[in-house]
Design a binder for this molecule. Structure first.
Ligand SMILES: O=C(O)CCC(=O)C(=O)O
Ligand SMILES: [Fe+2]
Length: 313
């Protein structure tokens, strides 16, 4: 009896020791893994800094830290704000925004475009929402999506034939009334609010208003799924309505890569037709009454979150 008791105590101690060793190694592995991820993020940022330096030494100096060999979060944010861009205070994301700005400017210089033609009342903002986050949300977006047929009224080219959007916010006086689809709102509500914040920041830079002085409210918000079927593959050239003060289109991921589906925007003086192929997480922001069109897709499915915004004061 005593022998059995001793053996089971021995067993328990061995099990406990084993569990402690396992927990210890799992903990060290996790620490090692985290450090490794941190190191590789730092490498990526240093590589971006080197690219900025190669493109423009002066700007690299302005956005660098005391060592002049890497970014300073503060200086980079300050510089982006000066250039009318909205910093996210995520170093990697902001560094990529700066790099794409320098690349755009370099390609405009090479193509001989002048500054004047760059003054548009719309803009493509890369990675307003991280693609990875949207990718993680995508199964829930797909699960939440239902088609909610909507009557745009007799004056619209769509009349009562628009059925490929799922609504998160619907104007109160819309008739017949459409109820917001709660699951979609739960899934993308936070993303929607972040898009509005980013839009407000862009709008103030565009119009020269003090940052934070122009709050917007959401009139309509919906997720549209385009498919290569009659009536579901495109949105013809339009403006978003005379009472809409600004619009935002956020490209969402898909599990069926699509062909076609570029966004065309008509803007500038003289009018130019600009063509955008958006990556998931990119936003197009538009001022009021800008003509645009979602070209037909010929394969796959394309998802977008669209916001119609109203100046709150
Ligand atoms: O889906 C798009 O890319 C454009 C959507 C749009 O312009 C709209 O719904 O008003
Ligand atoms: Fe639109």
């Amino acid at each position: 009896m005593r022998g059995m008791l001793m053996r089971s105590t021995l067993h328990q101690s061995l099990l406990l020791a084993g569990a402690a060793v396992f927990a210890g190694s799992a903990w060290s592995f996790l620490r090692w893994w985290k450090q490794r991820a941190k190191r590789s993020a730092q490498h990526a940022i240093t590589a971006l800094f080197a690219q900025v330096q190669a493109m423009n030494k002066g700007i690299a100096m302005v956005v660098s830290d005391a060592t002049s060999s890497n970014f300073s979060v503060r200086n980079l944010s300050k510089y982006l704000l000066q250039r009318g861009l909205c910093p996210s205070n995520d170093l990697f994301r902001d560094a990529k925004v700066l790099l794409s700005l320098l690349q755009d400017e370099a390609s405009e210089k090479n193509s001989g475009q002048t500054g004047a033609s760059r003054i548009f009342a719309h803009a493509l903002k890369p990675q307003v929402i991280k693609a990875k986050r949207l990718q993680q949300l995508f199964p829930e977006i797909k699960e939440s999506y239902v088609q909610q047929p909507l009557d745009y009224g007799r004056n619209s080219r769509y009349g009562d034939e628009w059925r490929i959007s799922c609504y998160m916010v619907v104007m109160e006086n819309w008739k017949p009334k459409i109820m917001p689809h709660e699951p979609m709102l739960r899934c993308l509500g936070e993303v929607m609010r972040e898009c509005v914040k980013s839009f407000e920041c862009w709008y103030c830079s565009l119009k020269g208003f003090k940052q934070g002085s122009k709050p917007f409210s959401v009139m309509n918000a919906f997720v549209t799924r385009y498919r290569p079927l009659h009536g579901e593959d495109e949105l013809k050239k339009h403006i978003d309505g005379a009472n809409v003060d600004g619009s935002c289109i956020l490209a969402l991921p898909t599990d069926e890569p699509f062909e076609g589906g570029a966004l065309h925007v008509w803007d500038g003086k003289p009018k130019q037709e600009l063509v955008y192929k958006m990556a998931p997480g990119d936003c197009i922001f538009m001022d009021t009454k800008i003509w645009h069109q979602a070209k037909p897709i010929t394969a796959g499915s394309r998802w977008a979150l669209v916001l119609f915004l109203k100046l709150a004061r």
